[in-house]
Design a protein around this ligand. Structure first.
Ligand code: SF4
Length: 369
């Protein structure tokens, strides 16, 4: 079964590091976009060139942007339409990304009505000064209240985003963030290294901030992995940690090269080996512009790259079965050296990156493929 991703490109304000497709919008524009989303979910006419037959899903992910800025009726309309169109049943994972600064209490009835059972909360840091630097309005108290509210209403599968490499972040401040996440009994944590994208506020005003250097960021990453593993989390993907059984089923589809359908401006899809996407333009989506072909995906290189993001790594027998003997030859040749450096685990049949290897994943993967 596949996964469905729906993109909500709206935010209350723009964070200084953000280059996602998102902007502030009024209620009328939100309604127009939501109507277009529901129309696409029902008809699939904008991506009809790439779909044959029925598309069934067992995960639904509403991401953004900030889906929690949606008016509750709009969120309900999207989820109800998606559940019906893609046969999303009771056992499905239904995730909504929320900003703790949003009025989450107003969305609780919609979550209950629609069977939302997983919330990804954009915390980034539990240190108020770091959150302010990141342009986030809610303080630690408000984050705790949001978590308690969700739990009191039956949603305990909560994922927290944590950012590594925030200006002035250090071992002590990261400890405060990690301790908070653990103490809140969070089931899943995504820990992303801050990347300063061209043209963002952080990029333009770099000199105003004290960004940790590369070595310091590596130390923060290692601290994060060590602390969370000691607290019982499995480091199941380069940037993701979960208590056993709480791995993101939706995101795992991306790394396992399973089919997923992305609906909305800037949403990407991978269906039966083909990649396609919608433009980063709400107007063109509302006006019915068709999805754009983005090439054939799922070749051996991509397969290796995605599998190595996961802790369970790459099964070389499976790789040979899918892509032929040659695909594994280079890997088998280079693996012993990388193993000696402590970058990979390798037993002749399977290969996975160590925590040290995760930090150098791009170079290691380039070397292997
Ligand atoms: S909330 Fe997320 S999507 Fe919105 S501006 Fe901030 S980082 Fe970007």
């Amino acid at each position: 079964m596949g996964g469905v991703y729906i993109h909500i490109p709206f935010c209350k304000s723009k964070c200084p590091y953000c280059d996602f497709y998102s902007y502030r919008c009024d209620n009328a524009s939100q309604k127009k976009y939501v109507n277009a989303l529901v129309d696409e979910i029902k008809t699939l006419r904008r991506c009809s060139d790439f779909l044959q037959g029925e598309f069934k899903a067992d995960t639904l992910y509403i991401g953004g942007g900030t889906p929690s800025v949606l008016i509750p009726d709009n969120l309900t309309a999207i989820i109800v339409a998606a559940k019906s169109r893609f046969n999303i049943g009771d056992g499905a994972e239904i995730t909504v990304e929320c900003n703790p600064g949003s009025d989450i209490s107003s969305l609780i009835p919609a979550f209950k009505k629609c069977g939302v059972n997983r919330i990804s909360l954009g915390m980034q840091s539990a240190v108020d000064s770091e959150r302010q630097t990141l342009g986030r309005s809610a303080d630690k108290k408000r984050i705790r209240e949001a978590i308690n509210l969700l739990k009191d209403n039956g949603i305990d599968n909560i994922s927290l985003d944590i950012m590594l490499g925030i200006p002035d972040q250090n071992e002590d401040s990261l400890k405060e963030t990690l301790d908070f996440a653990i103490e809140c009994n969070t089931k899943h944590i995504s820990a992303y290294i801050l990347k300063i994208e061209d043209g963002t506020f952080f990029d333009i005003h770099r000199e105003r901030y004290n960004f940790p250097d590369d070595n310091a960021v590596c130390d923060l990453y290692n601290q994060c992995a060590d602390t969370l593993e000691k607290a019982g989390f499995v480091h199941y993907e380069i940037s993701n940690f979960a208590l056993p059984g709480y791995e993101s089923r939706h995101n795992t589809k991306y790394w396992e090269l399973e089919d997923y359908l992305g609906i909305g401006a800037a949403a990407h899809s991978y269906i039966k080996g083909k990649r396609f996407y919608f433009e980063r333009d709400t107007e063109s989506f509302v006006n019915g512009k068709k999805a754009i072909f983005d090439g054939i995906g799922g070749d051996a290189e991509e397969y290796i790259m995605l599998k190595l993001r996961l802790k369970k790594g790459l099964d070389l027998i499976e790789l040979q079965k899918l892509y032929g003997k040659k695909s594994a030859e280079n890997i088998t040749k280079k693996a012993p050296f990388l193993k000696e450096q402590g970058l990979i685990n390798f037993d002749g049949k399977s290969l996975s990156l160590t925590t040290k290897g995760f930090l150098l994943s791009n170079s290691i993967i380039a070397e292997l493929i």
